[in-house]
Design a protein around this ligand. Structure first.
Ligand SMILES: NC(=O)C1=CN([C@@H]2O[C@H](COP(=O)(O)OP(=O)(O)OC[C@H]3O[C@@H](n4cnc5c(N)ncnc54)[C@H](OP(=O)(O)O)[C@@H]3O)[C@@H](O)[C@H]2O)C=CC1
Ligand SMILES: CC(=O)N[C@@H](CCC(=O)OP(=O)(O)O)C(=O)O
Length: 391
């Protein structure tokens, strides 16, 4: 029996697989834990779906290892690295010394016939070369930016090189889970969103086609923890460069601008242009976006909050905070949550939307796992229910 068939039978035994599918269709995910026998399915689990992590020695790779360790169906059976190929995971990450995990191998030595799905946690430009050669039945979630931009010319312009896997790029589904859930369920290749785009799109997409805000007056300032830059050594990320200070970079030309504009324009069905300034903060993880918008005439902050609350009322991972509670990166750290709130600006007619995520979780590995769960037809929150690490 194939892994998928085995998994389906687990759910069918409990009579819950088709009900889960029905429920997914109506997007009532928050109600799942009470209405589905997830626990009994987990008890029967045999970790029958084999997954690989390409780039397991990096920050997003090791974050996936953390979540997959508690996943009832996914078994890590392949892990790759580049410079660290040949090493055990415990020698690269001492906190994993006691875990029973495969050693890191180079991609060229990896046996892909042993896995059903892979997460690609590789640098931009690398995944598109590597996955061209993989078996065509593999499910792939790519955490890099290689397949996010639908317009191949945009890719060339913003990433400074022609795309090397244009056919695959056409096939890819943008993996903002709450927005593209149905497409993701049927996808083979998912382009996981960038962390900045995730903090911006979750609060803005539901407002785009509702005539609530002006589409030509969106000003975004985002703050990121340093782990957003990955684990490889760079002068700009030395403690002496980043501690006790902050600085903005990529001002007006960060490569996430076309990704955010693509998705906002798609939601608005009209061309949307943004002002976007990313800033590096002296913290390891966490991301906050402050989004200043012009409301349409007669629209209030309460209208925006109501629209967002309605849109996300059945979502487990996105919360619109009550009253004037300010989203704080500490309250989402280590979890797949996104917290959003909306405030009136002192300038009449304008509002300030603030959203926070953990860049390594909802901004990368958590959302990637949410997407593979969807692609495999299992409950979307499987393995992701851990609470934020606080304080
Ligand atoms: N960090 C974040 O918050 C986010 C990152 N992303 C994206 O996810 C991807 C991974 O990011 P992150 O984990 O932070 O990066 P890291 O730099 O921490 O890790 C990169 C991984 O890729 C391996 N690698 C590097 N070069 C090659 C190569 N030429 N061939 C094969 N493997 C290679 C590295 O191996 P070795 O260690 O042996 O060199 C390492 O395992 C990137 O595309 C990033 O932009 C997306 C959202 C958020
Ligand atoms: C702090 C930092 O350097 N952040 C990265 C973004 C990381 C990310 O989420 O985006 P990608 O997946 O598109 O790399 C940057 O600005 O390039």
């Amino acid at each position: 029996m194939s892994s998928m068939a085995a998994l389906r039978s687990i759910f069918m035994d409990g009579g819950c697989f088709s009900r889960f599918q029905e429920e997914s269709k109506s997007l009532k995910i928050r109600k799942m834990p009470t209405r589905f026998s997830v626990v009994s399915a987990a008890q029967k689990s045999d970790k029958s779906i084999k997954v690989g992590i390409l780039g397991a020695s990096g920050y997003t790779g090791v974050e996936l290892i953390r979540f997959l360790a508690n996943h009832p169906y996914f078994d890590i059976s392949l892990m790759t690295a580049d410079r660290k190929a040949g090493q055990s995971i415990g020698s690269v990450f001492p906190h994993l010394i006691t875990q029973d995990l495969p050693d890191l191998v180079a991609v060229k030595d990896a046996d892909f016939s042993t896995v059903d799905a892979v997460f690609c946690c590789l640098p931009h430009g690398t995944t598109q070369e590597i996955i061209k050669g993989l078996p065509s039945n593999l499910k792939i979630v790519d955490l890099s930016a290689d397949f996010r931009l639908r317009d191949i010319n945009d890719y060339g312009e913003w990433y400074g090189q022609p795309h090397k896997a244009t056919e695959l790029q056409k096939e890819a589904v943008y993996g903002l889970s709450e927005i593209y859930r149905k497409k993701i369920q049927n996808a083979r290749l998912v382009a996981n969103p960038g962390c900045y785009p995730t903090t911006v799109l979750l609060p803005l997409v539901p407002l785009m086609n509702s005539s609530l805000i002006a589409l030509d007056n969106i000003v975004i300032v985002s703050n990121s923890g340093v782990s957003g830059a990955g684990r490889s050594a760079k002068e700009a990320n030395l403690y002496t460069e980043i501690s006790e200070g902050i600085f903005s970079y990529g001002i007006t030309r960060h490569r996430h601008v076309p990704e955010i504009e693509q998705e906002l324009s798609n939601a608005a069905n009209s061309n949307v242009t943004i002002s976007f300034t990313p800033t590096l903060m002296p913290m390891s993880r966490g991301m906050q976006s402050t989004i200043n918008i012009q409301m349409a005439p007669g629209v209030s902050v309460e209208d925006l909050k109501q629209q967002l609350s309605r849109f996300y009322e059945n979502e487990e991972f996105v919360a619109v905070l009550p009253d004037n509670q300010a989203p704080h990166t500490k309250y989402v750290q280590g979890s797949n949550a996104c917290h959003i709130n909306v405030f009136p600006d002192r300038i009449p007619g304008r509002a300030i939307i603030i959203s926070v995520i953990d860049n390594l979780v909802k901004g990368a590995s958590g959302q990637a796992l949410q997407n593979l769960n969807l692609m495999m037809g299992i409950p979307e929150n499987t393995g992701l229910k851990c609470m934020p690490l606080f304080p």
